[in-house]
Design a protein around this ligand. Structure first.
Ligand code: CDP
Length: 250
């Protein structure tokens, strides 16, 4: 986040990538793409490409990290070395530890963790290509992967950011908008209960701008929620069809 007067982010009432102020980048999600994971999802969101894989519930090791009354949701967010223009040094850094923590905490709000005491549910988020908003991509993909793993949940989490560029509140910041904009406000939203499970803010917004950004993001999360559900429907209808064909062959 930083202002740079030389970079033009809005022209003729549109953003530099041609989007309207309240328009999302294109989002595609495919559920169940990894054979050896209990659940998985691959997501493309604008130029972002993110894979989420879920393993568990399984016994938590090390044992001292076990919770006696519930499962621990342990997310690990990782950026591939080749995911950004400057090679990303492999391994955890402050930023990825922060994002892992917020994804874990957001997902804990929807998983019925009390069903699996002493267990861990591992959620791996691998960013293959990054172009702003990867925490939202990670959280959105991870919740589809959890549902794909058949883990009991109260709902999916949809995630999206709004922000401010050249004094204008806009939805879903792209890379330049993120770099040269004035604010970024990512949220995680639980549609069924109309609750937030993630809220961060970078930069400054007035109260009115905050309200506007929040309204935009919540509307967008409802759209994303439909894409998430469609990905799961698609996976299971294909699986059912395959099973039916197998039965017919027998
Ligand atoms: O990705 P997100 O917006 O959730 O987090 P951020 O910390 O605000 O990062 C914004 C963007 O900066 C990322 O999406 C990447 O495109 C880029 N970035 C990068 O180029 N190199 C890094 N080591 C980290 C982030």
């Amino acid at each position: 986040m930083g202002s740079n007067k030389d970079i033009e982010l809005i022209k003729d009432g549109k953003r530099i990538d041609g989007r309207d102020f309240d328009e999302l980048r294109e989002i595609k999600i495919k559920a169940g793409v990894l054979k050896r994971a209990d659940g998985s999802a691959y997501l493309e969101w604008g130029k972002n490409k993110v894979m989420a894989a879920v393993y568990g519930p399984r016994e938590m090791h090390p044992r001292h990290a076990q919770e006696t009354t519930k499962a621990v949701v342990r997310a690990r967010y990782n950026m591939a070395a080749f995911s950004v223009p400057d090679r990303k040094r492999p391994g955890p850094d402050r930023r990825s530890i922060e994002i892992s923590k917020l994804i874990s905490e957001a997902l804990e709000k929807v998983v019925f963790t009390e069903k699996y005491p002493r267990s861990v549910i591992d959620v791996f988020v691998e960013v293959l290509q990054a172009s702003a908003g990867t925490r939202c991509c990670g959280l959105t993909a991870a919740s589809v992967a959890l549902a794909d793993a058949g883990i009991p949940m109260s709902d999916l989490v949809a995630s999206c950011a709004s922000g401010k560029i050249e004094g204008q509140v806009v939805l879903d910041l792209g890379k330049n908008e993120d770099n040269y904009g004035q604010a970024d406000l990512p949220i995680g939203y639980i549609p069924r209960s109309d609750e937030l499970c993630l809220l961060q803010m970078d930069g400054n917004l007035s109260e009115d701008e905050y309200e506007e950004a929040m309204d935009m993001s919540i509307e967008a999360c409802k759209e994303i929620y439909e894409i998430q559900k469609e990905a799961l429907r698609e996976k299971y209808s294909t699986e059912l069809q395959a099973e039916k064909l197998n039965e017919e062959e027998m």
